[in-house]
Design a protein around this ligand. Structure first.
Ligand code: UD1
Ligand code: UDP
Length: 372
């Protein structure tokens, strides 16, 4: 019998990792799919839906400027109830650790709808970092009936917490599924031409790709990170930085304040995922506090300095591609300089590895859903 699988997601990273799975299930006659987006993000979500040609059946459209955690959590919980009651899916799939993920899983729990958690088992065990994501994912694990873990480490975390082994499936991360189709040899972009333009003496530029948005970094930590990056640019004229900047007004204000008047950086609008993956593939190094980028960069062999003190993605650190540098400007400056000037240090990090799966996570999840 055809299974009704409902997807709920609301932010850019959830969409990037869920849309390939939606496509996989849509092509399979064993499933009837329903997509509900919460609209926690509006335009950054729309970008991804357009890229994957997905039209949601429901859009809760809850985003507000400078929304608080109260707004997001309460608005989703109240609005999703009627959708779930109407659709009564066999399984509700949520992804990762956002407030959308938490609220949707909680609503499904209240209605006793089985929850499948994609990207289950990531942990820092520090509820303050990332905030509030560590709480969200732990809370979702309490109610999830099916756990799709990206790695053995994630499975191990869930087992330690008492989840039953038969409820956990190690599939790899669906983010890697998308990468195989997005990165292209012949890709070009106007901003890439600027950022990689050779120096006047013919020597190469070094292109740093920057993203930052985490809630716990807003305010002073973000300013410290940006100050360190500005110092790097001032002391290394061959460095150019592209910063596709998150639409959060707080992030935009901080960036404008710290980078104004600097001609080695361009603050650009958020990129489509296809563009962003191709930019990553051509970067010399990446500076980020993003979660998803920590998963994608290792398979592209790009060194990442992670602007955070903790990570739930230790596999990339173990593989040597990721290094945690927090928001201490001196640590960021020294680590960046080492990668710019010490070839051995650079080569030690610039190794392609694939700790997050072989790009078949969506197919594996589809097969597992059939057997449940
Ligand atoms: C959210 C997630 C975070 C995830 C991030 C991915 C929570 C609590 N946080 O954080 O886990 O890493 O998304 O990017 O779930 N905005 C727009 N247009 C958009 C998107 C955002 O204008 O398309 C602005 C709005 O003013 C909004 C603000 O950004 O109020 C912050 O968005 P919000 O979803 O609350 O937090 P993020 O930092 O994006
Ligand atoms: N990304 C994108 N455009 C951008 C910046 C990032 O498509 O301008 C992609 C990136 O490839 C990754 C995801 O967005 O797949 C990460 O999202 P984000 O950093 O917003 O959230 P996080 O992963 O930290 O939750």
């Amino acid at each position: 019998m055809c299974k009704k699988i409902m997807f709920v997601f609301g932010t850019r990273p959830e969409a990037i990792k869920m849309c390939p799975l939606v496509r996989e299930l849509q092509q399979d006659a064993d499933f009837h799919t329903v997509v509900c987006v919460t609209g926690q993000h509006r335009s950054m979500l729309r970008q991804v839906l357009d890229t994957f040609h997905i039209t949601p059946q429901y859009d809760l459209d809850i985003m507000k400027q400078n929304q608080t955690l109260f707004d997001i959590t309460a608005d989703i919980l109240l609005n999703i109830r009627t959708v779930l009651e109407q659709e009564k899916p066999d399984v509700l799939l949520v992804h990762g650790d956002t407030s959308t993920t938490f609220s949707a899983a909680l609503a499904a729990f209240y209605l006793q709808i089985p929850v499948g958690h994609v990207e289950a088992g990531l942990r820092t065990y520090d509820l303050s970092a990332p905030f509030p994501e560590e709480f969200n994912r732990q809370a979702v694990s309490i109610v999830a009936k099916y756990n799709f873990a990206p790695t053995l480490q994630a499975k191990e975390n869930l087992l330690q917490e008492g989840k039953k082994a038969e409820s956990i499936f190690v599939t790899g991360n669906t983010a890697i599924d998308a990468l195989s189709t997005t990165v292209r040899e012949d890709y070009t972009h106007e901003q890439l031409s600027w950022v990689t333009e050779p120096m006047k003496d013919g020597s190469d530029r070094k292109f740093i790709l920057l993203t930052a948005h985490r809630r716990e970094n807003l305010g002073a930590p973000l300013h410290r990170c940006f100050q360190a990056i500005r110092r790097i640019m001032e002391e290394n004229r061959d460095v150019r930085v592209l910063y596709p900047i998150h639409l959060n007004p707080k992030v935009r204000e901080a960036a404008k304040e710290e980078f104004s008047g600097c001609d080695q950086i361009r603050l650009i609008e958020p990129l489509d995922v296809l563009d962003f993956h191709n930019f990553m593939a051509r970067a010399y190094l990446i500076l980020t506090d993003s979660g998803g980028i920590q998963e994608e960069a290792p398979s592209l062999g790009k060194p990442v300095l992670v602007l955070r003190d903790t990570t739930e993605r230790p596999e990339g650190v173990a593989a040597g591609t990721l290094k945690l540098v927090g928001s201490d400007p001196e640590v960021i400056y020294q680590s960046c300089n080492a990668l710019l000037h010490d070839k051995a240090a650079y080569d030690a990090m610039a190794k392609a590895s694939n700790p997050y799966g072989d790009g078949t996570a969506c197919r594996q999840i589809a097969q597992i859903l059939k057997t449940l």
